[in-house]
Design a protein around this ligand. Sequence first.
Ligand code: MN
Length: 241
Amino acid sequence: MITRRNALKTTALAVSAWATVPSLSLRAQNAAPIAAATGPFKLPAMPYAFDALEPHFDARTMEIHHDKHHAAYVANLNKALVDFPDLGAHPVEHLLADLSSVPEPVRTAVRNQGGGHYNHTLFWQMLSPKGGGEPKGDLAQAINASFGNFAGLQTKFTDAATKVFGSGWAWLVWSPAGLSVEATPNQDTPLSQGKQLLLGLDVWEHAYYLKFQNRRPEYIGAFWKVVNWEFVAERNHTARQ
Ligand code: MN
């Protein structure tokens, strides 16, 4: 039962809470979509229509994934760095490549939200409606050298993506030691370990649950049909320069 005294106390608490964070109430009144969050980091436009990867990846998942999930990483990164404008002047990949130089109070936010922003920005480009098939040229040679053949890469990558426990990513990365397959938890990015991302697969449930529910292996199978090998080849080329 709510007594008058408790009710007054609750109201007083609520009032003081609003008074200390006036910007929150302003934001609520504006009800701006999360994608319109202001700050130095911007949500990049999708390089193709949401339904362009059908029937492999469905339009609704792509839309929510980009407009809600990726947008939230961007908005939360901007929010976290409000008091660190000099950090916002750097491209996010600079911050992630040298996390130890990011001030401790915002290091976790940069790692999680900045990692989410960076990983997704590349992920959209790693997919294409004209994707699938097999890599060619220098990239194919590099894959053969490291994994025996393309099937060797596919097996290793699929295995890594399947075994990610909980939320995370599987990657094909370049480092001075050569190409390798890795997995990272959460939004950690191999860039923070000095490795360049060539190809990645988001295995957070938000990336596949609407269409595939718990069937992650089917989602991984669909992924191979939309891999943008031209973009991966470009990344491989750039990484070696
Ligand atoms: Mn995601």
